[in-house]
Design a protein around this ligand. Structure first.
Ligand SMILES: [Zn+2]
Length: 288
């Protein structure tokens, strides 16, 4: 069923599902980070985090800048280090994530997310229980890549930033980080193109599958939060499939703009809620 508007009905529906579930699989997309203020498609967010980039390059959103080819490697790396520092390290844990943690921390749960911003980890969730198939901004990888190794980048990023000012749009050429094995430039370990080192991330699907196996036959809840249509194959379609295959599972989809018709809308055990994740999660967290 699709639920819009009536808040009491929304909270009751979700609370009832949460109270009786024995295993929760959370699927989180960009909408959850947007509710936390990290809106990747929002011009104001971009201009606040990246002053000067609109005037200089005509860029309007983080999504756009992430796939923009900067004119020189030094400018590309300036954007990357500023972006990693602002989004992954500088941005505080968002309220919707903290509320979600309060709601599920004592419940049996795992997470599948396309978000690379580390918000789940910052908000207290156990990294072992999170599957990040799109990577995490806190790592670099070789740009060839000559190895599947990932490299924590916090110190490197901070060091490079210490050599440039807020109004600089390039880093010194000598600061471009290099692969310790082959000397090629290092790049963020997030899925941008076909060089993405995905092996360490894809291996986390084993954890997800083990969870599904271990909870077979139990009351399972698929809780899908802010998942849009950028990469629907990863969470949205996967959750619909897993849910439909499990007769006793329930599913709750919360999205600001639920407009598509899906098979799950026909199911009484599924609730599709058109609403704002911030207030919904906050109200639920107050009840736990
Ligand atoms: Zn290499």
């Amino acid at each position: 069923m699709v639920i819009t508007g009536n808040n009491t009905e929304i909270y009751q529906k979700i609370k009832t599902a949460l109270d009786k579930t024995e295993a929760i699989i959370i699927g989180a997309g960009a909408g959850l980070s947007a509710a936390a203020g990290l809106a990747y498609d929002n011009t104001d967010t971009f201009n606040t985090l990246f002053p000067g980039y609109h005037d200089r390059y005509g860029l309007k959103t983080i999504n756009e800048a992430d796939f923009y080819r900067f004119p020189t490697p030094e400018e590309q790396y300036a954007y990357w280090v500023k972006s990693i520092a602002a989004i992954r390290y500088g941005y505080p844990p968002g309220k919707p994530y903290l509320d979600l943690y309060r709601i599920v921390k004592d419940k049996n749960h795992v997470i599948l997310t396309t978000n690379t911003d580390g918000q789940f980890i910052k908000s207290g969730f156990d990294p072992e229980k999170i599957c990040f198939p799109q990577g995490d901004l806190s790592f670099f990888q070789c740009s060839i890549p000559c190895t599947d190794e990932r490299y924590s980048n916090e110190q490197t990023v901070k060091q490079i930033l210490s050599h440039i000012g807020d109004n600089d749009f390039s880093i010194p050429t000598a600061d471009i980080p290099r692969c310790p094995h082959c000397g090629s430039p290092l790049v963020p370990n997030v899925r941008m193109n076909k060089i993405f080192v995905e092996k360490p991330w894809i291996e986390k699907y084993d954890m997800l599958n083990d969870f599904l196996d271990a909870n077979r036959g139990k009351k399972m809840l698929f809780l899908e939060l802010g998942v849009g249509f950028n990469t629907p194959r990863i969470i949205r379609y996967e959750f619909e499939f897993l849910f439909m295959m499990r007769k006793y599972a329930e599913m709750i989809r919360i999205n600001l703009n639920v407009i598509e018709i899906s098979l799950i809308h026909e199911e009484d055990r599924a609730a599709v809620i058109q609403g704002d994740l911030g207030p919904i999660l906050n109200k639920l967290a107050e009840g736990y």
